[in-house]
Design a protein around this ligand. Structure first.
Ligand code: ZN
Length: 213
C-alpha cells in the first residue's frame, strides 16, 4: 500500500470534519495530492470506521490505481481543483450548516473580515448548479473558486475548500463556516461595513504571496 502517511491524514481529517460539525454522516470527502495522483476518501463509509487501506489512490485522469472501494462520488470536483490550480495540494468537501444555507440561497459570502482576505480570499462564490458527480459541476466549482479564493459554494449542496495541505484546507473550511455565521449576525445588526479598498488590496497581495510559498 503506497502513501500510508497521506492515507492516515485523509482518515484523520474526515473524522475531524465530522466531529467539528462541518459535515454529518458520510457526507463530504477529503483528498490530498501525491506523486501519482490523489488519495481520496471512499464513498459512503462512516469516517470513524474508515481505515487507511479503505482510501483510494487515483490518478488525475480519474483512474483508480489502488483501492478496493469506490472513490467518493464527488472525486471529479476534487480532480478539477488540482488541475485548475498548481498551489492546491489538498481538498475538503463538506456540508456545514451555515455555509450550506448560503449555498441553498445561492448567496456568496463576501470578504468583510480582515482574516478572511488573507486565509480564504476575496469572496466565496457560488458555483452554478449542476447534478452532483458530473463533469459540469466540477467545471462550475473550479470556475467559481477562480484564482482569488480557496473556497467555493456548490449551489444547493455544500462547499469545497482547498489548501497547500490538509491542515490549511481544514482551516479554510472552519473560517468559511464561521464567517458565514458572522455574516448572518452582522446582517441582523444592519449589515457588515465594507473594508477600505487599501485593506482589500493588501489582503489580496498577502493571499497571492501565500499561494506561492
Ligand atoms: Zn456533498
Amino acid at each position: 500500500m503506497r502513501y500510508p502517511e497521506q492515507r492516515e491524514q485523509v482518515v484523520r481529517y474526515g473524522i475531524e470534519m465530522e466531529s467539528t460539525g462541518l459535515t454529518v454522516g458520510t457526507a463530504g470527502n477529503v483528498s490530498v495530492l501525491v506523486e501519482d495522483g490523489i488519495i481520496i476518501s471512499p464513498s459512503s463509509m462512516a469516517y470513524r470506521e474508515t481505515r487507511p487501506e479503505d482510501t483510494i489512490l487515483m490518478d488525475l485522469a480519474g483512474n483508480v490505481l489502488e483501492g478496493e472501494r469506490m472513490p467518493s462520488v464527488e472525486h471529479k470536483v476534487h480532480l478539477a481543483m488540482y488541475k485548475a490550480r498548481s498551489d492546491v495540494k489538498a481538498v475538503i468537501h463538506a456540508h456545514p450548516t451555515v455555509a450550506t444555507a448560503f449555498a441553498a440561497a445561492r448567496i456568496e459570502i463576501p470578504g468583510f473580515l480582515d482574516e478572511f482576505g488573507v486565509y480564504v480570499g476575496d469572496a466565496v462564490r457560488v458555483a452554478e448548479y449542476a447534478i452532483s458527480g458530473t463533469d459540469e459541476i466540477a467545471d462550475n466549482v473550479a470556475r467559481a473558486m477562480g484564482e482569488t479564493s480557496h473556497a467555493a459554494l456548490i449551489a444547493s449542496h455544500g462547499m469545497v475548500c482547498v489548501g497547500k495541505d490538509l491542515a490549511s484546507a481544514f482551516h479554510v473550511c472552519q473560517q468559511v463556516e464561521r464567517t458565514a455565521l458572522i455574516y448572518v449576525y452582522a446582517k441582523m445588526l444592519g449589515g457588515p461595513v465594507e473594508l477600505p479598498q487599501s485593506s482589500k488590496d493588501l489582503f489580496a497581495q498577502v493571499f497571492a504571496y501565500k499561494r506561492t510559498v
